[in-house]
Ligand binder design. Structure first.
Ligand SMILES: [Zn+2]
Length: 102
């Protein structure tokens, strides 16, 4: 899968491990402009939350000056609450899909 963010095509790769941190779930690699997601993450909230978390990191890196980028805790809070809000509000998801598709 590739996600386009502000004109940048960001490939998303599923990987089995992060050698530098065995507990890491995902990363946006700002050198390669790739997102890496741990392949053993279960589908559903854990996978979606991790993917959105890394998308927010990519957005921050692409769109913001380094001094304006969100801190790790801010990215975590934003992604988790956004996903939770979408998960708990199926009418919101449906509305967004309908409006998106016109
Ligand atoms: Zn992070």
């Amino acid at each position: 899968m590739t996600i386009t963010i502000a004109g940048y095509d960001i490939p998303v790769f599923s990987i089995t491990e992060f050698p530098d941190d065995p507990l890491q779930l995902g990363e946006f690699d700002h050198m390669t402009y790739e997102i890496h997601i741990r392949s053993t993450l279960p589908d559903g909230i854990p996978m979606v939350d991790t993917l959105i978390h890394e998308v927010i990191h990519a957005i921050c890196h692409i769109a913001l000056a380094s001094e304006d980028r969100l801190a790790e805790r801010q990215v975590t809070t934003l992604s988790t609450i956004l996903i939770d809000t979408l998960f708990r509000n199926p009418k919101l998801r449906k509305c967004l899909e309908e409006r998106w598709n016109g």
